[in-house]
Design a protein around this ligand. Structure first.
Ligand code: 5IU
Length: 471
């Protein structure tokens, strides 16, 4: 069989096994489409797998000089495996999520910095999945400048990859696939036209109201790995409660966290108020975080010039960067502070909560300042976990987390300006995703039972919110 006949053969096989379907579909990101392409099913059809790997081999792998090849997880992994064996070229495997323990390696396999790596992917729409893999490979010092794709949906992916210095070759364009299917009477010319028209119109991603989406869905929309972890922890443990442990004794903190660890998604520390700080305290707190599956936020509120902040983050007595999953940061000094932290963070699943609003009365943050803060964050999508803020209008991106302090069961104030809202108000009206409670739990007679009350109340409000039944 010659190459073109094989290509036609593949197009017809893909149609027969329902890897390409026509009708009214909605994609994961909410876009309507008349054509649906999903290669996950091919693992059930060894002859199709063989045909695909034969074609890709002849088309682009046979003469390729790269040292390695790497499939974009997950659909392209089995295809990359077949190609690796056929071409006798080493394969690399990129993790979708870093291991939470051990080496935290994102790329498995043996390689040297400076090696070249060819990317294999099934479908490209915007190109963002390929770019995620490219970024991880480049972080390891690999040159990832070429990608081989089965189907180019012709919706901007090629250009997007090119502008990131990735050359893309595809077996099929959507136009070519459609013309083969029309020529073989698999679909009518009218369906072919509908798809062509659809491809002409620009992709518009509908704006989804973040507060109506469940955490597990939002975990898929994040660009920061700490945010992804947090959304997943919240969904699994069914808690959006963050405990603010504003205590000054290391032992008291550890005792309290041991008691309430199972009810929270995050512990917020002020490390500089602890009188008997030691490295041992950090070791113990980290092992509690591991045992109960929560993240640690150091509420450091960095606010200096970039150079000073990178020192404050990594050095000194506390070495915050070595143990805190997230830190809080003021936007006041401008972008330099984010640049500094971006360069200082050594674990890829660390992140920053940027302060966009405060809970205390009379604070000097203005609406313009808040807006500029949100704009600034947009330039650092891999760094920003979310915002410390009070209002749901503050930002839209469903991949970011609204972290809201100033909460107790009854609305009230303390005598130093703190203003407390109720769980109902902050979650249902104000859009909080993670709710911070300090003295409401810490100063209670039984912090443990109080933490359960907060957890249950907050979760009920969240469940009501995502059910869409808010008046
Ligand atoms: N915190 C606030 N408000 C804010 C910010 C941080 O209360 O706007 I930014 C911190 C301060 C304290 C915790 O560590 O959150 C709230 O503790 P209480 O629940 O005890 O007030």
């Amino acid at each position: 069989m010659d190459y073109d006949t094989k290509l036609e053969d593949l197009a017809l096989s893909l149609f027969n096994i329902d890897a390409v379907k026509f009708g009214d579909f909605t994609t994961k990101s909410g876009i309507k489409t008349p054509v649906y392409f999903d290669l996950r099913v091919i693992v059930s059809y060894p002859e199709v797998m063989e045909l695909i790997s034969d074609l890709l081999y002849e088309f682009a792998v046979k003469d390729n000089k790269s040292n390695h090849l790497c499939g974009v997880p997950y659909t392209a992994l089995p295809i990359a495996t077949l190609l690796s064996v056929k071409a006798k070229k080493s394969m690399l495997m990129r993790r979708k999520e870093a291991k939470s323990y051990g080496t935290k390696k994102m790329v498995e396999g043996h390689y040297n910095s400076g090696d070249t790596c060819l990317i294999i992917e099934d479908v490209v729409t915007s190109g963002s999945s390929v770019l995620e893999t490219v970024n991880d490979l480049r972080k390891e010092g690999l040159n990832a400048d070429e990608a081989i794709i089965i189907l180019d949906r012709e919706q901007g992916g090629r250009k997007n990859l090119e502008s990131n210095s990735v050359k893309m070759k595809s077996l099929f364009t959507m136009t070519k696939l459609i013309s083969i299917l029309v020529a073989h009477n698999k679909i009518t010319p009218q369906v072919g036209m509908d798809v062509a028209n659809y491809l002409q119109s620009p992709v518009t991603i509908p704006v989804i109201d973040r507060i109506l989406l469940p955490y597990e869905k939002r975990a898929e929309m994040t660009t920061n790995l700490a945010a992804k972890q947090l959304f997943n922890i919240m969904a699994t443990k069914k808690t959006n409660l963050c405990l603010s442990v504003d205590l000054t004794s290391a032992t008291d903190i550890l005792n309290l966290v041991e008691k309430v660890g199972e009810h929270i998604c995050m512990v917020k520390t002020h490390i500089d108020i602890i009188e008997d700080f030691s490295d041992n305290f950090i070791t113990n707190l980290k092992s509690l975080a591991q045992k109960f599956n929560f993240l640690i936020l150091e509420d450091r509120k960095f606010a200096d010039i970039g150079n000073t902040v990178s020192l404050q983050y990594s050095k000194g007595l506390y070495k915050v960067g070595q143990w805190a999953d997230c830190v809080t940061v003021h936007s006041l000094p401008g972008e330099g502070i984010l640049k500094a932290l971006n360069a200082s963070m050594n674990e890829i699943n660390q992140g920053v909560f940027l302060l966009a609003e405060m809970s205390c009365e009379g604070n000097l943050i203005t609406p313009d300042y808040t807006e500029a803060t949100v704009k600034m964050a947009a330039k650092y999508p891999n760094l920003i976990t979310g915002f410390v803020c009070q209002k749901k209008e503050t930002f839209k991106d469903p991949g970011l987390i609204q972290f809201t302090p100033g909460v107790q069961l009854e609305s009230s104030k303390d005598n130093l300006g703190q203003v407390y809202n109720t769980p109902e108000k902050v979650i249902l009206e104000n859009g909080a995703d993670i709710v911070v409670v300090g003295r409401g739990i810490v100063a209670a007679k039984s912090p443990e039972s109080q933490a359960v009350i907060y957890k249950d109340t907050l979760w009920k409000c969240y469940a009501k919110r995502v059910s869409g039944k808010i008046e």
